[in-house]
Write a new protein. Structure first.
Length: 357
């Protein structure tokens, strides 16, 4: 969970924005190249969007980011101002965008909160609680949506390297997410000391001994995080759960609105699209590319071509331009300013501590 400042700033490198951008645009260019019906006039289809649903898509993006800012302020019990929450969310999204989705930006998020003046224990607690809430949303709502949308929501795609179709990959991943959720609930709320002992026992053998120091450090971090979360009032938990549901519904409704701006869909179609996004999210999470670049664009075609037809490839570009690339650009813009601000603030804090002593 811990990461050095040098490693964190190496990851939060504005120059890294080019890798995911080129990957994503490369896949899109390949898709257009393979499309026999693609012409120079294809991009004119963007003008066919109905303004009402398109504006709703833009509004939902802003609402989602405000929801994220509200949640991080609630998690930290308003230790972060709205401005500081803005920086945290933008840099957190930036870290997720420039790292492989299977790795995620958890350690970077802890670093960002520590740089914002929170203790390591609090930072770990807030980041892990965020992960628990996000995975809990998926574990709870994925089966509900699939029950109503039907199992035909899975496109007929087989991953040759794994010899599995998307439905099998989904349920395997669902089981792993459920195990992940249970382990961290156990570590944070049920028996943090027992979790630490379990990690040390697992790494006591000759084959796993090289991970023992990291296991001890992680177990200690989880124990400190558990201590930080004890005694919170019900209102605290209701706000966090409510904001989590809000931001995830907003994340998914953006694409629903974008698709409905090009084609007319009924409420059953909306539900099917919602369920498709949950499945696609699983695939994006296990993608080895930064921010699922390339993977997201490719599978967008597989999931939503049946609705969008000629608009599919173009809509995939617009979708990523609205939901992904802005965080690459904003992160690259705000990161240098944030680093200067935090370095100055931390130096001032150290001087104040020394003057007291």
């Amino acid at each position: 969970m811990k990461i050095s400042s040098r490693e964190a700033l190496k990851t939060l490198n504005p120059n890294k924005v080019w890798i995911p951008m080129l990957l994503g645009l490369g896949i899109v260019a390949y898709i257009f190249y393979r499309d026999d019906q693609f012409t120079a006039g294809t991009f004119k289809l963007a003008l066919h969007a109905r303004p009402g649903p398109f504006l709703v898509a833009l509004a939902v993006i802003l609402m989602r980011d405000l929801g994220y800012m509200y949640r991080i302020r609630t998690l930290t019990e308003k230790r972060l101002s709205w401005i500081r929450a803005f920086y945290v969310i933008i840099l957190w999204e930036f870290a997720s965008a420039v790292t492989p989705s299977v790795v995620g930006g958890t350690a970077i998020a802890v670093f960002i909160l520590i740089m914002e003046g929170l203790s390591p224990g609090r930072s770990t607690a807030y980041v892990m609680l965020t992960a628990i809430m996000d995975n809990g949303f998926f574990i709870l709502f994925a089966p509900i949506v699939l029950i109503f949308a039907g199992m035909d929501v899975f496109p007929m795609v087989t991953i040759k390297e794994w010899d599995m179709n998307l439905e099998t990959i989904f349920w395997v991943s669902y089981g792993l997410f459920a195990l992940y959720l249970f382990l961290f609930l156990y570590a944070l709320f049920i028996n943090p000391k027992g979790f630490k002992r379990l990690l040390l026992r697992i790494t006591s053998g000759r084959a796993t001994r090289k991970w023992r120091r990291g296991a001890y450090s992680f177990g200690k971090d989880m124990w400190q995080a558990s201590h930080q979360l004890r005694g919170k009032q019900k209102r605290y938990w209701f706000k966090i759960i409510g904001s989590t549901v809000f931001v995830w519904f907003a994340r998914y409704l953006m694409l629903n609105s974008l698709i409905s701006s090009y084609v007319k869909i009924d409420w059953l179609d909306h539900l099917d699209i919602f369920g498709s996004q949950i499945i696609m999210w699983v695939i994006m999470v296990i993608s080895p590319t930064p921010g699922s670049s390339g993977t997201a664009e490719y599978f967008f075609i597989e999931f939503f071509n049946k609705y969008l037809g000629d608009y599919t490839a173009l809509t995939s570009v617009i979708w990523r331009m609205l939901s992904y690339y802005p965080y690459l650009v904003l992160g690259a813009i705000f990161l240098p300013k944030w680093v200067r601000q935090r370095m100055i603030a931390n130096r001032r804090r150290l001087r104040e501590i020394k003057s007291r002593n």
